[in-house]
Design a protein around this ligand. Structure first.
Ligand code: PGA
Length: 263
């Protein structure tokens, strides 16, 4: 069976526990369940426990926005994947804001990916080039280094359920997303890295998302891009109407894809 598309709400460091509950509640009422779309909410750590009690788990899954790569110990302020394992199915790892503001290195991202997998949590590995790297024509090298290093401790079996997200740094918090042909080229290159490492079967079983200024009006164009299996949504996910329109848009994209395949 084909894997469902994936739509992830990255709430970043917005919303306190009360606000997150309110938004999840509104989404619960507004969002329709679709078998072909899996919806994941990624609030801050504090909200995970209350939301896990409140949400309809048939409609929403939870993700952490990060996690520490050691399972337990004297690491003040850290939260391990081992502590998150009962609360979340997914974890966003290597988001460009973590790489940039928290100096996360390629090796740290690799260790986090391995720690998530070890604890039964599916990583949503974010990769993407900065504006400067794109200008310098370093996009391919950057994506190669980010993907290959992050996956270097995983077996093909570990890698099968992976989610990768192409998030060009210059398109995050911008006025519009990257153009479909730019997304297509990057996603193709990312998929090629996975194929080189593990072969075609693994490559076809992973899901690759696009993130960066996703809004309802761009969904059909992005979802029609070859190799794209869903969206990682920042700002628009903080608004229940826009986010539910995005989910509906992804569902409609699947329906029109199926029609094209059958025709
Ligand atoms: P944005 O953020 O949708 O607000 O551009 C996306 C992200 O950072 O994951």
């Amino acid at each position: 069976m084909k894997q469902p598309k994936l739509v992830v709400a990255n709430w970043k460091m917005y919303l306190n526990v009360h606000e997150a509950s309110l938004l999840a509640n509104r989404l619960g009422k507004k969002v329709q369940s679709h078998r072909d779309v899996e919806v994941v909410l990624a609030p801050n750590y504090l909200c995970l426990q209350p939301l896990s009690r409140e949400i309809d788990h048939h409609k929403f899954k939870l993700a952490a926005q990060d996690g520490y790569y050691i399972d337990e110990g004297a690491y003040t302020g850290a939260v391990s994947f081992n502590q998150l394992r009962e609360l979340v199915n997914y974890a966003i790892i290597g988001h460009s804001e973590r790489r940039r503001y928290f100096n996360e290195s390629l090796d740290e991202v690799r260790d986090k990916v391995a720690a998530a997998v070890r604890n039964g949590i599916t990583p949503i590995l974010c990769v993407g080039e900065t504006k400067e790297e794109r200008t310098q024509k370093e996009t391919k090298q950057v994506l190669h280094d980010q993907v290959v290093t992050a996956l270097s401790n995983l077996t093909a079996e570990d890698a099968e359920s992976l989610v990768l997200a192409y998030e060009p740094v210059w398109a995050i918090g911008a006025n519009e997303p990257a153009k479909p042909d730019t997304i297509a080229a990057a996603v193709d290159w990312i998929r090629f890295q996975v194929r080189e490492l593990y072969g075609k079967t693994t490559e076809s079983s992973i899901r690759v998302l696009y993130g960066g200024s996703d809004e309802p009006e761009y969904v059909s164009g992005i979802m029609a891009t070859p190799g794209v299996d869903g969206l990682l949504v920042g700002r628009a996910s903080l608004n229940y109407e826009r986010f539910s329109d995005i989910i509906t848009g992804v569902h409609l994209a699947v329906l029109s894809e199926d029609k094209t395949v059958k025709a």
